[in-house]
Ligand binder design. Structure first.
Ligand code: SF4
Length: 283
């Protein structure tokens, strides 16, 4: 039988766990609402929410229910105003760490800093920070090339924020380009500890000599799950899967021990299912 070893830390972070609980409680108490984007970047959880009557919508104007849910990723302040104008009740599940960045970036703006968000411009968390800003006040960068293309010396001061779920080490060279071009640059410590803990544990798991392959479980659209896979695949053969049905039998051929980790939006029940599948596998 194949043995399974889980990473010391994996799966739901505190922000997503709280968001998940809030939405389920709202639905159980008879609330009727639509979720803007996915409350959790996981297809299984989205389907479960829909079964509870909490469908996912892509725009505030698509909401026909009395309430709208803002996910843990947060939204721009203008979305709250728009919901209010439309008479919608708001169930706000924005993570406290995301709100910290909203507050800190606004404070940095007031201090006259140019804002740099290291992350993906189209990620909902980053849209939350930038949507309402004057485009001249900020840049979103995700590569060394983008950092080198901008003249950072023209700004009196620069404050750098990371999208919470990033692997900061990956962007060290990119951030150094800005710092060396403008000495009045500072970094906000905005990498979420939950992400880092999952990443550190995944790295340690992949480094264990008795583990043959790593399965990284998470949603296809989950950025942090993809980052976990990037980390483990540099050390050991790794596969990113959404659930047990995605496991190819040949992956488990001649394998004695499988390492498991999961993205911050992966429910524990899915990790249990993958573990059971691997343990029951017979060639
Ligand atoms: S990963 Fe961190 S910042 Fe993002 S929702 Fe979870 S706890 Fe909050």
């Amino acid at each position: 039988m194949i043995t399974v070893k889980r990473a010391d830390k994996y799966g739901f972070c505190s922000g997503v766990r709280i968001a998940d609980i809030k939405v389920r409680r709202f639905a159980t108490d008879g609330g009727s609402g639509a979720i803007l984007g996915q409350v959790v970047h996981n297809e299984r959880v989205v389907a479960e929410m829909e079964e509870m009557g909490m469908r996912t919508v892509e725009a505030i104007t698509d909401v026909t229910e009395p309430a709208i849910v803002f996910s843990a990723h947060g939204v721009p302040e203008s979305f709250h105003r728009e919901a209010h104008i439309l008479g919608l009740e708001v169930l706000d599940t924005t993570c406290t760490f995301v709100y910290d960045i909203h507050r800190e970036s606004q404070a940095a703006l007031r201090e006259g800093c140019h804002l740099v968000f290291v992350g993906e411009a189209k990620h909902r968390e980053v849209i939350g920070y930038t949507h309402d800003l004057n485009p001249e006040c900020y840049d979103v960068i995700s590569s060394l090339k983008e950092a080198r293309a901008i003249d950072w010396s023209e700004y009196p001061a620069i404050r750098i924020f990371y999208q919470t779920t990033l692997n900061a080490e990956h962007y060290e060279d990119t951030v150094r380009v800005i710092e060396s071009a403008n000495p009045n640059t500072s970094r906000a410590d905005t990498i979420c500890y939950a992400t880092k803990e999952n990443q550190d544990a995944a790295r340690a798991l992949a480094g264990e000599p008795n583990i043959d392959i790593i399965l990284v479980i998470g949603g296809a659209k989950s950025a942090n799950t993809h980052h976990l896979w990037e980390i483990t695949s540099k050390i050991k053969t790794s596969y990113l899967i959404q659930g047990p049905e995605a496991i190819q039998p040949e992956w488990l051929s001649d394998v004695r021990c499988v390492g498991l980790t999961a993205g911050a939006s992966t429910p524990d029940s899915l990790v249990d299912e993958v573990e059971a599948f691997v343990k029951a596998f017979e060639e």
